[in-house]
Design a protein. Structure first.
Length: 518
């Protein structure tokens, strides 16, 4: 039985069937002697849960729906509410739904006024007088104009002197991001937005254009994407400098498949690494593509960093954490997940040790919710006064429980995970600005995971690298309150004229306020 259960439902089902078929009576007897039959029962229960149960456990933090997406951020559905108990409810009365006040349409949208007058025959009153306007009623309706495609013709006038034989002079055309290309900044901004914000694969955008009579192959679109990524690299360099100035950086990684990696099988797994940090008013989210998940990657990405590093317990971060300038934090959301799995395999209707641990962990999250709007100093005081006591209770429970459980079952694995990561888990109470979990990285990586479910893989390493570059830019723009299309168009229009570091800095998401095109 593998230590890690596969996420693919088909593989899970095959593994479940194989487990039943291979269990002979002699096997069962041997397993019983080795004390492993309980472990197999739990594995079986977890397989069934993966196949037929809810895909994510109830979050410890109601304000943080990402808590359920621990390592791969694969669980994208909102958790369904659980029943209070297992009894059958004979009569359910649906609560009365009250319609809330409709949110007004954004004030910055252009308005077209359509004035409605009474017909001429109704303007004369029964008394013979003509009715006068005494007021008006106004209502608004949203209108969407389908994508408009037009051609910009650049006409360059040529001048010559009739009085001499001087060579003719032709007017210059403004520098273009991609020279000798059909793509204007607006086209490139739309292309990047549909792929990296809306998750639309290039072949679908190709079909969208074809409906408007535009014949652009996905190969051409892919080439434009790669060229945009290369042109925008200076902005990414500035963003990385800002990230490395952060007091805390969150890191995570997820799989990505690249078909045409040199000297690698098309089915080989590569990795997309994400780092997020920066000041609260200037958040930065960076993606980086690599064929490797080895420790050399985070060593390269975080070279020269001094501060706190929040990760899961993956050993690939150990080399970074071993540096004297880096203090490693561990994620309570990951620790909680282990006990949720142990809770799922408990006998129904019985309270077990997993419930005790989850109760204490949920109290820690409850304190964090109450301190959500506090400043760092107030949060530090609250953690010292309240969270420390809960951690002491949990530590006492851990020391008592650890010798009594086996490392082979779900509860034993949860206890072992908690014990082995304890010193890093409790460090968040050292300061008010430190996070309790790695949910910031989970939220940052989610758009990539959603996009991957649509486009499935990258064709070439250059394409995967461009995806990392452009996800970094659009996600950082979104985190800073920018509308992605408007910001991309603003940047792409000005990028050809940039010739200094100051010019690049002026294009960063927190330094510009592009108008949303009408």
């Amino acid at each position: 039985m593998p230590e890690t259960l596969p996420d693919d439902p088909v593989l899970l089902k095959q593994l479940l069937l194989s487990l039943h078929e291979q269990m002979s009576s002699k096997d069962k007897e041997m397993l019983a002697k080795d004390g492993q039959i309980e472990r197999l029962r739990e594995q079986n229960a977890l397989l069934i849960q993966r196949l037929f149960g809810r895909k994510s456990e109830q979050s410890a933090d109601p304000d943080s729906p990402q808590l359920a997406m621990f390592n791969e951020a694969e669980s994208l559905a909102e958790p369904a509410p659980e029943a209070a108990d297992d009894e059958v409810v004979e009569e359910v009365v649906a609560p009365t739904k009250h319609r809330g006040k409709r949110k007004p349409l954004p004030a910055e949208l252009p308005r077209i006024e359509v004035v409605h007058e009474l017909p001429e025959h109704e303007l004369t009153c029964a008394c013979g007088c003509r009715k006068q306007v005494i007021g008006e009623e106004t209502s608004e309706q949203l209108e969407i104009v389908p994508m408009q495609i037009r051609v910009i013709r650049h006409i360059r006038k040529t001048y010559a002197c009739k009085g001499c034989e001087a060579a003719p002079v032709t007017a210059d055309k403004p520098a273009q991001l991609i020279e000798k290309s059909l793509a204007s900044p607006s086209v490139l901004a739309m292309l990047l937005t549909t792929k990296y914000v809306d998750g639309l694969p290039l072949h679908r955008f190709e079909k969208v254009l074809s409906r408007h009579g535009i014949d652009l192959s996905r190969q051409t679109l892919a080439r434009w994407v790669i060229q945009c990524g290369a042109q925008l690299q200076p902005l990414l360099n500035l963003l990385r400098d800002k990230l490395l100035d952060s007091p805390v950086i969150h890191c995570d990684e997820t799989r990505v498949q690249v078909l045409k990696e040199p000297e690698r099988d098309p089915s080989s797994q590569s990795w997309m690494w994400v780092q997020t940090g920066g000041p609260p008013d200037k958040p930065v989210i960076l993606f980086d593509y690599s064929t490797s998940r080895a420790q050399e990657v985070p060593l390269r990405l975080l070279a020269g960093y001094r501060g706190y590093l929040m990760t899961d317990d993956y050993a690939g971060y150990n080399a970074v954490a071993a540096q004297s300038s880096v203090e490693r934090l561990a994620c309570w959301a990951h620790a909680r997940r282990k006990f949720v799995e142990a809770q799922k395999v408990q006998p129904k209707g019985k309270t077990g040790r997993a419930d005790v641990a989850l109760g204490l962990i949920n109290k820690l999250y409850g304190i964090e919710r109450e301190l959500k709007d506090a400043d760092d100093a107030q949060r530090f005081d609250g953690r010292q006064q309240r969270s420390q006591a809960i951690l002491a209770q949990l530590k006492s429970w851990l020391e008592k429980t650890q010798p009594q459980v086996t490392a082979q079952n779900a509860l034993g694995k949860a206890v072992h995970y908690l014990a082995s990561n304890w010193s890093r888990l409790v460090r968040y109470v050292e300061a008010g600005h430190l996070p309790i979990d790695n949910n910031a990285a989970e939220r940052a990586i989610r758009p990539f995971v959603i996009g991957r479910k649509n486009w499935l893989f990258s064709d070439t390493p250059k394409g995967a690298t461009a995806s990392a570059q452009l996800y970094s830019l659009v996600e950082t723009a979104k985190a800073n309150g920018q509308e992605p299309y408007a910001w991309l168009r603003h940047v792409l229009e000005r990028l050809p004229a940039v010739n200094s570091v100051e010019d690049y800095e002026a294009l960063l998401p927190w330094n510009c306020a592009p108008a949303i095109p009408s």
